[in-house]
Ligand binder design. Structure first.
Ligand code: ADE
Ligand code: ZN
Ligand code: ZN
Length: 298
């Protein structure tokens, strides 16, 4: 009789740990790759502003700070719902219906967060700004990555795949983790000598060759002051339905068939996120030239 009672406090201690693991985003690698791609396409004034805002610990590189928001989840509990958006188990995203936290506060999801931190960063250079723009930048860079992970805009009932247990080849994992981490790890192992930098170089190479015709569509964002995060979320829920959830049920084994048809989606989303983060930062920090899209992918 005593034993279960003694175990209870331990369980209670573990619950927040398990919960935090659930809502993690692209793994560290994914976020670093997104930001390494973005850094390459920053305009001179955006690069200078980013340098000024980065903390000392960043070593002058935005990419080192891009996983930061996940590491802060214990301290910034309120920010947990800002990493994702869930739909009522339908394959479309509607801001007014889906962008809220569990208490129903509007805007408390990944799309609202991107727009909010973008807005805060527009006060850069204003001596009256009361925001911590270093944090705004680190949050923004992280959340632009997250909104491109398809399962970060997914179904409420399975918490974006977190409650769907599968086997990734012979290892147990949940579907969400497969998309945050496992596919990327397997790609790095199979094609890029386990090297993140080699993979980033390959994605950059694809931007100028394989995807060069698509890039102008990726950049297309009519919304001048806010961002196009709403569109990116709509893309993600479509990819969740057509790729991530497709042919998946509890305890299924995901192997070569799934891997070879899904890894191109993951690679493209990482590259898109990088390009769009650069686009957002260039617009913020070149505000006099807001109509120019200064990426010039070549
Ligand atoms: N927690 C609940 N839903 C989630 C999602 N879609 N992505 C990440 N964490 C979540
Ligand atoms: Zn995640
Ligand atoms: Zn995240």
């Amino acid at each position: 009789m005593a034993a279960p009672r003694a175990r209870l406090p331990l369980l209670l201690l573990l619950v927040p740990l398990l919960d935090a693991g659930r809502a993690a985003a692209w793994g560290k690698e994914g976020h670093i790759m997104v930001c390494k791609i973005a850094e390459k396409y920053l305009s001179a004034s955006a690069a200078a502003a980013v340098q000024e805002l980065l903390p000392e610990a960043a070593g002058g590189e935005l990419s080192t700070m891009c996983p930061w928001a996940d590491q802060m989840r214990f301290r910034y509990h309120w920010a947990s719902p800002l990493h994702y958006a869930n739909t009522p188990n339908v394959c479309n995203f509607k801001f007014s219906r889906d962008c809220h936290n569990s208490r129903g506060q509007q805007g408390m999801c990944v799309v609202g967060a991107i727009n909010n931190y973008t807005d805060q960063l527009y006060s850069y250079g204003d001596p009256k700004s009361s925001y911590n723009l270093t944090e705004s930048l680190m949050f923004l860079a992280h959340f632009v990555g997250d909104v491109h992970q398809p399962l970060h805009v997914a179904f409420e009932k399975d918490e974006g795949g977190n409650t769907i247990m599968v086997h990734w080849y012979r290892r147990k994992a949940n579907l969400h983790h497969v998309w945050d981490v496992s596919i990327i790890d397997t790609v790095m192992k199979n094609f890029y000598n386990r090297s993140l930098d080699t993979m980033v170089d390959a994605l950059k190479g694809n931007l100028t060759n394989g995807w060069s015709d698509d890039v102008s569509h990726w950049e297309n964002c009519e919304n001048k002051r806010a961002t196009c995060a709403n569109d990116y979320a709509i893309e993600s829920i479509h990819l969740s339905c057509n790729y991530a959830y497709k042919d998946v049920e509890q305890n299924v084994t995901l192997g070569d068939d799934y891997y070879f048809s899904r890894y191109p989606v993951v690679e493209k989303r990482l590259a898109q996120a990088g390009i769009r983060l650069a686009l957002i930062l260039n617009r913020i920090f070149d505000k006099d030239k807001a109509d120019v899209i200064p990426l010039h992918v070549q």
